[in-house]
Design a protein around this ligand. Structure first.
Ligand code: MN
Length: 267
């Protein structure tokens, strides 16, 4: 049964509660504490940070697995529901993954795996997204995730931040864990147009990756070199420099009035 003394680890993902990646991660996470799995009951990749406001959520028990639940919602729904309702106490850590495919660079704006980590951070729970290149070694990814997770639990994370861990398809023999920044990559701007059986057009977006910018220190470059990457991400999207410049725009000056702007140190 559940013991209030053991730290609680919430494991979720966006590939669904039936995916192989979450099974391997959840089993490995037993080394960190009492594992609860609350994850979407169907594939939710690339749904981003959506939450279900207009639909009820349904919950199913995963057969033969104690403390495993499938939810008819998004990854962010799952974290919200688990932390606010399902779990018997606050989790010490949220692990999201192991995703089928890397989440690097701008992927984090689309990724459901990352959205779950973000939702945890918004709920003041330390979190990490874990993603592995297609056909990569799930056991190696789970082992590294648990090692990083243990240190997160020891040290804590700053509020409104989370870690994003990625492993390549094949770690090179002398691989390193490199602390990186988010890189940039392009999937091209391809829309595939075809005709359905009744001759009506349909459109498919989301081409496979075309190119990435080989920026030194970026997650994309390090992964391409066969290393694992650990990227700290801050949820604060404020652009302080641009805010400064924007105050000199004519339209802003025109409507500024006599009220002084608060200093940038406030936000
Ligand atoms: Mn996915």
């Amino acid at each position: 049964m559940t013991s209030p003394d053991r730290p609680l680890i919430l494991v979720t993902n966006d590939d669904s509660v039936w995916a192989r990646g979450i099974e391997v991660l959840a089993r490995a996470a037993e080394a960190l504490g009492e594992v609860w799995v609350v994850a979407p009951d169907r594939e939710q990749s690339a749904v981003g940070h959506g939450i279900s406001l207009d639909n009820p959520l349904r919950r199913v028990n995963v057969p033969h697995k104690a403390r495993w639940y499938g939810i008819s919602g998004t990854p962010a729904d799952c974290v919200y529901f688990a932390v606010a309702h399902q779990l018997p106490r606050a989790p010490a850590l949220v692990l999201s993954g192991i995703n089928f495919g890397n989440n690097v660079g701008e992927d984090i704006f689309y990724s459901g795996t990352v959205a779950a980590a973000i939702e945890a951070a918004l709920m003041d729970v330390p979190s990490m997204a874990v993603s592995l290149a297609v056909r990569g070694d799930l056991e190696a990814a789970a082992k590294l995730a648990v090692e990083v997770g243990a240190e997160i639990m020891e040290r804590g994370l700053e509020r409104r931040t989370f870690l994003n861990l990625n492993l390549p398809r094949e770690l090179r023999p002398d691989w390193r864990l490199r602390v990186c920044g988010l890189g940039t990559r392009s999937y091209g701007k391809v829309v595939d147009e075809k005709a359905d059986p009744r001759g009506r057009p349909y459109f498919w977006i989301g081409a496979p990756e075309m190119v990435f910018d080989p920026i030194p220190g970026s997650d994309l470059l390090a992964l391409s070199e066969g290393d694992a990457t650990l990227t700290p991400v801050r949820l604060d999207l404020n652009d302080r420099a641009l805010r400064h410049g924007l105050r000199r725009w004519q339209v802003v000056e025109r409507y500024r009035g006599d009220v002084p702007e608060p200093g940038d140190e406030i936000v």
